[in-house]
Design a protein around this ligand. Structure first.
Ligand SMILES: Cc1cc2nc3c(=O)[nH]c(=O)nc-3n(C[C@H](O)[C@H](O)[C@H](O)COP(=O)(O)OP(=O)(O)OC[C@H]3O[C@@H](n4cnc5c(N)ncnc54)[C@H](O)[C@@H]3O)c2cc1C
Length: 361
């Protein structure tokens, strides 16, 4: 049996650990979660109406979203972890017509978009009473994922399969050896799924990695809306989106702070920016914004062309990073593709990305 270490227990690492064949591999996950993006994330799974022009990214995000039904079935994810909640897009009237046309076009290759409906202001409010009566486009296939709950559940599932966990920040001595505190452990294969930390892990081995960190903050309001679990996600015009979860929990986020990089401090500027961005859309701003709130802060990983990369770096090393602000959507599928490759030898990712050498030399 081959020994594999996965370094990084975010959404890629934990999905991968669960899909690896336990009859072929003895798996250990090393994870120290400071700054982890997955547990800080907003949870929006709705990539279809993005204006990004990168076709490879779109294919990956589209297929990542389409992968969710399989993921739910394979690991019995319930509504506390993932829900197909529907997504509302709030834009000026003229842009809504353009978005409607785009949605109809994209649905031809992505039926999982579901029903596409233009809503009147009154209908928007019926769907999400937090909002003023603005017109909106609704797509029923949009979903929300609780990143933290997903990781907890997937850890339980992985432990049941015999995966070992070590809560420690590690370094690499070489392409097969992990330095964990005073000890060194050697494996047949290492898989590096450490988000923006890939650069620091690979630099001592002589690699140059095209990655930069970006700080993201969001706000979690604990409201008295008892039926918030039935609300759709609202993608507002601007940076702030509203992501309702169960039991009155409403997320407002997120910031994209390039200058703050690794900083994990909660800031008043983020609170002001997010609440000001949302205020003009809210029916009763005080009811939401005066509710008790706390922050979530995490670090995203970006490449120069904003595209993710993953695959085999050499005989012993596999890598995946650069998921940016859509990694909850693409991450589980990337984890699955890497596991499928290790289980079967089939490499099914050429359509989704440029050559790895564009990002790592
Ligand atoms: C505020 C915010 C909101 C977001 N909202 C959304 C959203 O709505 N929809 C969406 O699709 N995406 C969203 N994202 C993006 C998404 O969360 C990320 O792209 C995705 O979670 C990245 O997953 P990952 O597994 O690559 O990295 P991570 O989740 O960051 O996991 C990497 C793990 O490796 C650990 N690690 C690093 N170095 C070491 C080491 N040397 N030793 C041991 N462990 C190490 C880290 O601490 C971490 O636990 C959001 C991100 C943020 C920050």
């Amino acid at each position: 049996m081959k020994k594999i270490a996965i370094i990084g227990g975010g959404i890629i690492g934990m999905t991968l650990a669960n899909y690896l064949d336990p009859t072929k591999y003895q798996v250990t996950v090393f994870d120290e979660p400071t700054g982890q993006a997955t547990k800080a994330s907003a949870g929006i799974i709705s990539p279809w109406l993005s204006k990004r022009r990168n076709q490879q990214w779109y294919r990956l995000a589209k297929d990542g979203a389409a992968f969710f039904p399989k993921l739910i079935q394979d690991f019995h994810l319930d509504h506390t972890i993932y829900q197909r909640s529907g997504t509302l897009l709030l834009r000026p009237e003229k842009q809504l017509d353009e978005l409607l046309a785009l949605a109809e076009e994209r649905k031809k290759e992505a039926p999982e978009i579901g029903q596409i409906t233009l809503l009147s202001g009154k209908q928007t409010q019926q769907e999400l009473p937090l909002l003023k009566p603005f017109s909106a486009l609704k797509i029923s296939g949009g979903g929300r994922l609780d990143g933290k709950a997903y990781l907890l559940w997937m850890r339980k599932k992985a432990e049941e399969k015999g995966v070992g966990f070590i809560s420690q920040r590690v370094q690499l001595a070489n392409a097969q050896t992990v330095i964990a505190g005073e000890t060194q452990k050697t494996f047949d294969q290492l898989i590096l799924t450490v988000g923006p930390h890939l650069k620091e892990l690979l630099t001592p081995l002589g690699y140059q990695v095209d990655l930069r960190p970006q700080k993201g903050q969001l706000l979690v309001f604990q409201t008295t809306f008892k039926n918030s679990g039935n609300f759709p996600v609202a993608m507002l015009d601007g940076e702030a989106d509203l992501i309702p979860f169960l039991d009155g929990k409403i997320l407002l986020g997120a910031t994209h702070e390039n200058d703050a990089a690794w900083d994990l401090a909660e800031t008043q500027e983020a609170f002001d920016q997010l609440t000001q961005g949302a205020r003009r859309f809210l029916a009763d701003p005080e009811k939401l914004l005066a509710a008790p709130a706390h922050y979530r802060v995490g670090t995203r990983a970006y490449t120069s062309d904003f595209a993710p990369f993953f695959g085999q770096l050499n005989d012993q090393l596999l890598v995946a990073s650069g998921l940016g602000s859509s990694g909850l959507t693409t991450g589980p599928y990337i984890g699955y593709l890497l596991a499928h490759y290790l289980n079967t030898g089939a490499e099914n990712w050429q359509d989704y990305q440029k050559e790895l050498s564009n990002y790592i030399r």
